[in-house]
Design a protein around this ligand. Structure first.
Ligand SMILES: NC(=O)c1ccc[n+]([C@@H]2O[C@H](COP(=O)([O-])OP(=O)(O)OC[C@H]3O[C@@H](n4cnc5c(N)ncnc54)[C@H](OP(=O)(O)O)[C@@H]3O)[C@@H](O)[C@H]2O)c1
Length: 276
């Protein structure tokens, strides 16, 4: 196993995601040295100053100085960047990019061990739901600081889990809709945002407390009795077949996540970043 708890952590690709992850590690109290790649020097320097990291002169210096390296480069640049670096045995590469596979990563980073993750913005506040493929104890221990880690042994499952990173972001649009409706009905903005976000968290907390075999919609069916306010609103959603577009969106996201490094589907450019 890679011994990592106090050894430096490296980041190659210092953009939005690296900032989120570094923020989450520091917020969790992780004080190990963090080494940043130099490209986008301003951003690296700002992040280094803000949360106490070191911006190094080359990507290779980051690899040489780190026990674990997080690849947070754009999908199209990731494999070439990894192949251009010398890796060593006992090192762990954790890749957040879409459009790669574990075998491609392993071949590019040999003799290092390679795993994939799909983090979300909530890692910054240590509330992420983080798929990791394949299972890896050192990666799990590190990433558990950012939220709940879900270890998956096959990339089919990982693609389905990756699509849920899009679901995470769609939820903001749903919450925004409910905030606007609540404000329009007379609720002050602060209360509307607080209540909508808290109700969303409350539903998630109750769902997580139930056995996974139970129907996730059980509280709705139990409490949304015929004639109730809940049932009346649900009838409006059902009449519009409101969940069908969610199923279609989920299928589109899974298809995109399964797509790997081959030619992108119509409407997506190779340089486009599907994780955004
Ligand atoms: N943002 C998210 O919430 C999120 C969530 C899950 C997964 N991801 C994945 O994480 C990766 C990074 O996402 P991001 O949003 O942070 O992207 P980003 O903001 O574009 O940051 C990527 C950074 O990597 C740099 N870079 C490109 N090639 C490089 C190389 N060879 N060596 C070192 N740095 C290099 C880019 O520099 P230039 O701008 O100069 O090219 C940029 O600063 C993507 O693969 C994305 O799919 C992102």
């Amino acid at each position: 196993m890679v011994q990592t708890e106090s050894q430096p952590l490296g980041f190659i690709g210092v953009g939005g995601l690296a900032g989120v992850l570094v923020e989450g590690f520091r917020r969790a109290g992780d004080r190990r040295p963090i080494l940043l790649s130099p490209r986008n020097a301003d951003q690296s320097r700002r992040l280094a100053e803000r949360v106490g990291c070191a911006a190094l002169a080359t990507n290779q210096a980051v690899v040489d100085g780190s026990a674990i390296v997080l690849m947070t480069t754009p999908p199209a640049a990731t494999l070439a960047a990894i192949r251009g670096l010398a890796w060593r045995k006992g090192q762990l590469l954790i890749c957040a990019a879409m459009d790669v596979t574990v075998p491609l990563l392993a071949a590019a980073a040999a003799p290092a061990v390679a795993v994939r993750i799909m983090p979300s913005a909530s890692a910054a506040v240590n509330a992420d739901a983080l798929p990791l493929c394949p299972p890896n104890a050192a990666a799990r221990m590190l990433l558990a600081q950012l939220g709940t880690v879900f270890e998956l042994s096959d990339e089919g499952g990982f693609a389905a889990a990756t699509a849920l990173a899009a679901y995470h972001l769609w939820l903001y649009a749903l919450m925004d809709t409910m905030v606007a409706a609540s404000e329009a009905a007379g609720l002050p903005r602060e209360a509307a945002v607080g209540l909508v976000a808290s109700q969303t968290r409350a539903a998630a907390t109750l769902a997580l407390s139930a056995p996974p075999q139970a129907p996730v919609r059980a509280p709705l069916d139990l409490h949304g009795k015929p004639g109730s306010m809940t049932a009346q609103g649900l009838a409006v959603l059902d009449a519009a077949d409101a969940f069908a577009p969610w199923r279609a969106a989920a299928a589109a996201a899974v298809q995109r996540a399964r797509h790997g490094g081959a030619a992108p589907p119509a409407g997506l450019t190779a340089a486009g970043d599907p994780a955004k």
